[in-house]
Design a protein around this ligand. Sequence first.
Ligand SMILES: Cc1cc2nc3c(=O)[nH]c(=O)nc-3n(C[C@H](O)[C@H](O)[C@H](O)COP(=O)(O)OP(=O)(O)OC[C@H]3O[C@@H](n4cnc5c(N)ncnc54)[C@H](O)[C@@H]3O)c2cc1C
Length: 322
Amino acid sequence: MYYFRWLLGFLHLLVWGSIILVHAIPPPDPVQCNRTICTLSNSYGAWGDRKDCSVKSVVYPTTEEELRSAVAHANKNKLKVKVVSQFSHTIPKLACPSSLGHHDSLLISTAKYDSSIEIDSVNLAVTADAGVALRDVIDKVEEAGLSLAAAPYWEGVSVAGMISTGAHGSSWWGKGGAVHDHVIGLSMIVPGNESEGYAKVKQIAAQDQLLNAAKVSLGILGVISKVKLSLERGFKRSITYNFTNDSSIENNFMEHGKKYEFGDITWYPSKHTAVYRYDSRVPMETPGDGINDFLGFQSNEILISKSVRASGKIFLGLIAHS
Ligand SMILES: Cc1cc2nc3c(=O)[nH]c(=O)nc-3n(C[C@H](O)[C@H](O)[C@H](O)COP(=O)(O)OP(=O)(O)OC[C@H]3O[C@@H](n4cnc5c(N)ncnc54)[C@H](O)[C@@H]3O)c2cc1C
């Protein structure tokens, strides 16, 4: 009986203890509005100038026509307009319509414009709505037995936000590791005159010279509506990290880039350490768990982040006083 009570007590502690200890917080919506004004934040919580980005109003189109109407409304009423994704992982403040104040400004969020992902298996291409998350594109493409040739290290991006900022992984092979170099078409909404309804959808094809300017345009040439990316037959990647001395990094990096299709090197000069990533494509049948367990982008206990920051401040304080 005594042991039974003890066991029950232990189980209670385990269940309630876990509920109290495991407390995950999803990132807040980057756009917060009160009755009079909206504020756009990036995921870091601060813009470079340390000032808020205030906007008069925000719209959430769900279709290409609603997106076109939003641009037309801004053009007709001479509003300053910018676009942001559901993630707002941007570092520069270019997603903010105006730094001078919220009057006459409109923010277009693509958070709800994320329903369409069309795969063309014959021509090895995928076309997605601007606001679709990279993870969703990858899942759909892989379901069809195909793969994106390039992707950033981090999946918390929208397709339009990703190409607009030139987001990249690592590769010297083929067209390289920058995702925009694999873009083969775009739809962009640009201002129009009155007879065009104040905004129009411009299709920009692979051979069009405009594509080079439009794809990495930081949201300042127009609003990207759809992105078409080239695909390859499905493949897996095999990744091994080699932590080693950095003594001949300058002699090794060219050879490393040539040898491993997605290879990279993380350099820790103060530790005299270089981490060589041996990263190559392998056939789909290759066994593996398909998990990238790189610690950098995994969720952490808030307590750990706080203590790392606090120890950094103490360290800086000690340097300042020594
Ligand atoms: C933890 C972390 C890891 C990262 N890792 C990498 C990495 O490995 N490689 C890398 O290259 N980058 C990396 N980045 C940077 C990231 O790729 C960029 O910040 C990317 O722009 C974020 O995409 P987003 O969808 O959040 O875009 P947003 O932040 O919403 O927008 C970015 C820019 O694109 C514009 N934009 C957005 N949507 C549209 C649209 N529909 N039409 C026109 N313009 C538009 C915006 O106005 C803004 O100027 C990382 C960022 C974080 C936070």
